[in-house]
Design a protein. Structure first.
Length: 236
């Protein structure tokens, strides 16, 4: 199975690639802007499974021109894609009155626009001979009716947009043998969480959340499409 994981250089994405690469039948395209961490990830995967197939591709997803070139880089290694996990994300924790247009543009560029661009680039090589799966990683903060946090208006609203995008694409491509689903993640102990909330202790580790996402990505498209799934230990 050919799988693409974005945001692969740390946190949940890093653990996801490690888990998925344990199966020698999987080829994983690991995308991040941090090439050094991607190379370390490949070494870690090889040490866990000598037969692992991890292909690191450095790409800054906030750069439109970089995404334009990504298709050709990917097709050097694989001809079709079965699973795409849009895990890359950015966060800013600021009072609403202090959020700049640059903050807002950056958050939406990474969390929404880069996902749109990447899906558009990948669509021509999505494997429609079998049912393929595109999984968008959102946040419980972007889930309608959930508890919201002051300072996260840009982040949470961008993740809500990603959830709605998932529903729209599921409808548009339902006859194309491609499923779109979205996971709205609760607090997970990652570097990004620590950047936004220093000292906060999350109930789940990155490895624990990655295990759920890996299983969901490989199986859920046989049972559901266009779903926004809250993955949180607390009530919305």
């Amino acid at each position: 199975m050919n799988i693409i994981v974005t945001g692969a250089s740390r946190g949940i994405g890093y653990e996801l690639v490690k888990l998925l690469s344990a199966d020698p039948n999987n080829t994983i395209i690991a995308i991040s802007r941090n090439s050094q961490k991607l190379e370390q990830l490949k070494k870690d995967c090889t040490s866990l499974n000598i037969s692992s197939k991890v292909i690191p591709i450095a790409c800054d997803l906030s750069d439109k021109s970089a995404i334009d070139n990504l298709h050709s880089e990917i097709t050097k290694h694989i001809k079709t894609v079965t699973v795409l996990i849009n895990n890359a994300g950015a966060i800013v924790n600021k009072p609403f009155a202090e959020i700049t247009s640059e903050d807002l543009e950056y958050i939406y560029n990474v969390n929404v626009f880069s996902v749109v661009r990447l899906i558009q680039k990948i669509l021509p090589i999505i494997d429609t001979d079998q049912r393929s799966h595109i999984v968008n990683i959102s946040s419980i903060g972007g889930f309608q009716g959930s508890l919201k946090f002051a300072g996260l208006s840009a982040y949470s609203s961008s993740k809500a947009a990603l959830a709605c995008l998932t529903e729209c694409l599921a409808e548009e491509f339902k006859e194309k043998n491609i499923a779109f689903n979205c996971l709205a993640l609760g607090a997970t102990q990652t570097e990004m969480l620590n950047e936004a909330f220093p000292g906060y202790k999350a109930p789940l580790t990155a490895a624990q959340m990655a295990a759920f996402i890996a299983h969901f990505s490989l199986t859920a498209h046989q049972y559901m499409n266009g779903k926004i799934i809250p993955v949180s230990l607390s009530n919305p």
